[in-house]
Design a protein around this ligand. Structure first.
Ligand SMILES: [Zn+2]
Length: 84
């Protein structure tokens, strides 16, 4: 039996929620949205062109992120946003 996780993607055109099966993660039959999915699941789906089964519109998930290098042991500032 093939296990997988599911990412729910909402169509930007009509709002229909589609389920995308993802096999790159822990595959524990978990259901995620773009807001709570582990990064590896987002990365697996990002860039794929998805076609809405309801309205036929093509869309894809993109990922915006930034990286940051901090002094080792500087845990206190880890979650601070330096941008005013
Ligand atoms: Zn749609």
């Amino acid at each position: 039996m093939g296990l997988y996780d599911t990412l729910i993607i909402e169509c930007p055109a009509c709002g229909h929620e589609s389920e995308v099966q993802v096999k790159s993660g822990p595959c524990q039959m978990q259901v995620y949205t773009k807001d709570n999915a582990p990064l590896n699941i987002i990365l697996d789906v990002a860039g794929r062109v998805l076609t809405c089964k309801e309205c036929g519109a093509d869309h894809k998930l993109t990922l915006e992120y930034r990286t940051k290098i901090v002094p080792s042991g500087d845990e206190g500032s880890r979650w601070k946003n330096p941008i005013p």
